[in-house]
Design a protein around this ligand. Structure first.
Ligand SMILES: CC(C)(COP(=O)(O)OP(=O)(O)OC[C@H]1O[C@@H](n2cnc3c(N)ncnc32)[C@H](O)[C@@H]1OP(=O)(O)O)[C@@H](O)C(=O)NCCC(=O)NCCS
Length: 147
């Protein structure tokens, strides 16, 4: 089973538009993804298995830091390596762009995502209190690149 990573195009977005809620946890809305596609500071990528879109992820560039805006695997395809593949690609893009770090916020209760980031050496560097609502804190995690 080969996981292929590609840049997201408008046509890919249209392909997953109607299943964003049911199959991708409603993680990001169609309109947000559409505007991110047009934003020159953003890059969105998709993961495909045999022509089926099984995940997507995005980054947003600040000055030296690149921020992961989103990473999500299709619910029926989790824990088979797709999130890792997407994250590896985001790390490679960040290195190619000479970023000093790659940062994200993750819900402190999202154990699977935290494990994924720890697997790639992201470190917990802070907390944003009530970021996701009352008593739902975000952990800020960063991967520092040696320059
Ligand atoms: C977090 C998420 C993207 C991981 O994607 P995935 O395709 O399942 O990831 P992988 O299969 O590459 O797994 C990577 C690592 O994550 C951890 N992990 C993922 N799913 C897990 C599970 N069900 N149980 C335990 N660990 C899990 C493991 O450490 C795993 O590494 P391993 O296979 O060596 O054990 C996926 O669970 C998801 O889409 N969640 C909803 C969206 C989300 O929370 N995104 C993160 C926002 S910050």
């Amino acid at each position: 089973m080969q996981i292929i990573i590609e840049k997201m195009l408008e046509s890919h977005l249209l392909e997953i538009k109607d299943i964003l809620i049911s199959d991708f946890d409603n993680f990001w809305s169609y309109s947000i993804l559409q505007s991110e596609l047009k934003n020159e500071n953003s890059t969105l990528i998709i993961a495909k298995i045999e022509n089926e879109i099984v995940g997507f992820a995005g980054i947003w560039r600040a000055i030296d830091d690149i921020h992961i805006t989103n990473i999500v695997t299709k619910i029926s395809k989790r824990h088979i390596g797709i999130g890792s593949k997407l994250l590896e690609e985001l790390i490679n893009i960040s290195k190619d762009e000479h970023a000093t770090s790659l940062t994200l916020e993750v819900n402190e209760n999202n154990k699977n995502a935290i494990k994924l980031y720890e697997k790639y050496n992201f470190k917990k560097i802070g907390i944003r209190k009530n970021y996701y609502g009352q008593n739902e804190n975000a952990i800020i995690m960063t991967l520092f690149f040696l320059t």
